[in-house]
Design a protein around this ligand. Structure first.
Ligand code: HEM
Length: 407
């Protein structure tokens, strides 16, 4: 089953469960989101532990929530699984509200900007080439596995992390967001989270210690040197920010590549069009971002009573802004359940919006374009050659196993 397309049925509201990770693995939630957009665009979702979370599913409302950092705070946590409060709240870029957020965002976004990426362009290109080359060979390959370290092609040089650690980092990042997914699990959920965090914090801790001794031009050295409100970041804050960058990059980028590869395997006409018109690729990447929306939701917490969609959300209540739903909103996108490789305009919000809009968006676009153009240059046909396994997570919409026959 292709979980990215629309379920034929439109579930009753009582049957909708947007928490259970199993449902995101075994069925599409697009039917549920479509039903909510039509009937209850701001909906008090029942959660398994009774914490009320308002599910927001329309594009305009999602935009409102994400843009208004004064009323909707990120500091309590931004994913549903930490709906009891994230211990990193207020300490790392994605879990900080302005004005403190700006103190970390401004300098770090320079490290991810075009000039910084241009300086390592050759290295990024050869990194991607090494990752994609085996996938172009005739035969059956697991594309989800092959693309897993893709984000490290840029993030490796940006963070100054050596290549032998890239796959370990990418796998641990996925285990951190989908600990019950059999592809990433190492024991039960608790053990998996423990080993993923030990691995990630261990590797990042070593990198930070090394950069303290020998500072460079990388992002870790930058985090060690910046001051926020006149104070340097604490050791804890440096580590957590490195973690945010590694997680942000590795839990998202590979899944856009895999989901686009799945589209190409299912739609030979799109593959043929792209091979004949390489200029189409940037638009197709944007459509793949909309289609895949790797970050299903972004959670926020109301700082005061707010009115949204005819409801009053009380101060302290949680809101889940469903980005994946917004990106299929019929009021914004024509034929939202069709993959249109040349869709224009395409105002998708796969990278979020507002002050927290993805700081790695340019880097992600660069590796995705490189990976796809290298793949397209070397294959004439792709065909799904096994079951497509989706990530078991309500947060990350990804593919954990995708066997494709290449010819
Ligand atoms: C296709 C790939 C990617 C997608 C779909 C994606 C998605 C997102 C989204 C939706 C947000 C907003 C979070 C929020 O509002 O709470 C975000 C923020 C962020 N992303 Fe990405 N991301 C991607 C790639 C990357 C990469 C390559 C990096 C590496 C630098 C990265 C690092 C971050 C960080 C650090 C933030 C927090 C920014 C802030 O709070 O100011 N992401 N990303």
């Amino acid at each position: 089953m292709d979980l990215l397309t629309l379920d034929a049925d439109r579930p009753e509201l009582d049957d909708i469960d947007l928490f259970d990770p199993e449902r995101f693995q075994t069925a599409s939630q697009h039917g549920a989101w479509r039903a909510l957009r039509a009937a209850e665009p701001v909906w008090p979702s029942p959660s398994p532990d009774g914490v009320r979370v308002w599910s927001v599913t329309k594009y305009a409302d999602v935009m409102n929530v994400l843009k208004d950092t004064r009323r909707y705070s990120s500091e309590y946590g931004t994913i549903l699984d930490v709906r009891h409060g994230d211990p990193a709240g207020g300490k790392t870029i994605n879990l900080m509200d302005p004005p403190r957020h700006t103190g970390v965002r401004r300098p770090t976004s320079r490290a991810m900007a075009a000039t910084a990426l241009r300086a390592t362009a050759r290295e990024i290109n050869s990194n991607v080439e090494r990752m994609v080359a085996p996938l172009r060979e005739p035969g059956v390959h697991d594309f989800a596995d092959g693309f897993l370290p893709l984000a490290m092609a840029t993030m490796g040089p940006v963070l100054g992390i050596p290549e032998p650690d890239w796959t370990t980092i990418a796998r641990a990042a996925m285990a951190g967001v989908a600990p019950s997914d059999p592809v990433y699990a190492r024991g039960d959920q608790r053990q998996t989270l423990h080993s993923a965090h030990t691995e990630l914090f261990g590797l990042l801790g070593q990198t930070i210690a090394d950069r303290r001794r020998r500072p460079g031009k990388d992002l870790v050295s930058l985090l060690l040197s910046i001051k926020v409100d006149g104070e340097p970041l604490t050791a804890d804050e440096v580590l957590l920010n490195c973690y945010s960058f590694v997680m942000g990059a590795n839990t998202t980028t590979p899944h856009v590549a895999s989901q686009l590869a799945l589209v190409l395997a299912q739609r030979p006409d799109i593959l043929a069009r792209l091979k004949g018109r390489p200029g189409l690729l940037p638009h197709t990447i944007e459509e793949a971002l909309r289609w895949a929306s790797p970050t299903n939701h972004l959670m926020r917490r109301a700082t005061e009573d707010v009115r949204l969609g005819g409801h009053t959300i009380r101060a302290g209540e949680l809101i889940s802004a469903w980005v994946a739903s917004a990106n299929r909103d019929e009021d914004v996108f024509e034929r939202p359940f069709e993959f249109l490789p040349d869709r224009r305009p395409n105002p998708h919000i796969a990278f979020g919006t507002g002050v927290h809009i993805c700081v790695g968006a340019l880097g992600a676009r660069v590796v995705l374009r490189l990976a796809m153009s290298k793949l397209l240059a070397g294959v004439s046909a792709l065909e799904v050659a096994g079951p497509v396994r989706h990530v078991r997570s309500n947060f990350i919409n990804g593919i954990s196993e995708l066997r494709v026959r290449v010819s």
